[in-house]
Design a binder for this molecule. Sequence first.
Ligand SMILES: *Cc1c(COP(=O)(O)O)cnc(C)c1O
Length: 389
Amino acid sequence: MSNTAPGRHFLQIPGPTNVPDRVLRAIDMPTIDHRGPTFKALGERVLSGIRAIFQTEQPVVIYPASGTGAWEAALVNTLSPGDLVLMYESGHFASLWKKLAEKLGLKTEFIAGDWRRAADPDAIAERLQADGEKRIKAVCVVHNETSTGCVAPIGAVRAAIDRVGHPALLMVDTISSLGSIDYRHDEWGVDVTVGGSQKGLMLPPGLSFNAISQKALAASEGATLPRSYWDWQEMLGPNAKGFFPYTPSTNLLYGLDVAIEMLLGQGLDRVFARHARHGEATRRAVGAWGLEVLCLDPGQYSGSLTAVVMPEGHDADRFRQVVLDHYDMSLGAGLGRLSGTVFRIGHLGDFNDLMLMGTLAGVEMGLARAGVPHRPEGVRAAMDFLSER
Ligand SMILES: *Cc1c(COP(=O)(O)O)cnc(C)c1O
């Protein structure tokens, strides 16, 4: 649809997400001197406030980059050429992170997964147990696998690593769970947490994060992969005074300041509960339509998105096109090996009950219009759930 279309576009992909008007207005301000006193106050506020979102007291570095940059930063700051990294094949994003690691000159090993379940702590423990020589230097796990809608139990992964007494660093991608699904960098003993701005944080794309443990910081001193732009040490010095070593994304930081205030003002517990509830309502709709949720383990269902399996013989991308053409709504595509067979409903970020009902109505009308076999009862099922007392 052209940009003269009436009403609001529904951006229901699992990131980038809808940006609240308050954040848009905050960004729409003159750029200031990033070495001046006004910036210093902003820098100090966001660098401190973002720690609450990661549930950490440790440093969080903010890069003017998409999430992929923060993936790279986590690896180049802590590892050396040829180091072995254990990763879990939870889906498309785990696969991309693995490819990135290989391009950097790391050795990688995948624990094979079926793209319908999240990382399995027992399988990780078993592999680490077999690593008598401690060749594995890091374990990398995606918390909320955005391609499948399955959430990994990070606390249990930590416990599994501790159980076998393995010294590997634990690195976690929370790009699509930060600010939407409970995540505890300190309590779960994560060494590097990777985050991004454009999903649960309700910002445009362009900022990404590394939350860093003391153990990761110590590892960075001996790590020899080449790094310059991503170097934590270059960041942490100026960050201590609210500044950055190079020009930060000043206007996105205005937005981050407001987004942090909104999330903490709502209360993180409430934010997580809202997302979980919208996930449940969405799954009830999917079930009532007679369609299948991709994630096979109910204990791993995601509060930020739901991936839906298309019935045999129906193309998910054609269906998404029908929804876009007729209802001006963007749904997420199936990624990688799920291309064409899955579509994804994003229900994260700046979102409420009526926006979800609009979204589900758009899906249900789209199913009818595209001739996809279904029962037209999903909207009703979600509505019943959301109006339960
Ligand atoms: C979106 C996403 C990424 C990629 O981030 P970019 O900002 O596109 O670089 C990586 N991992 C997960 C889990 C994501 O959801």
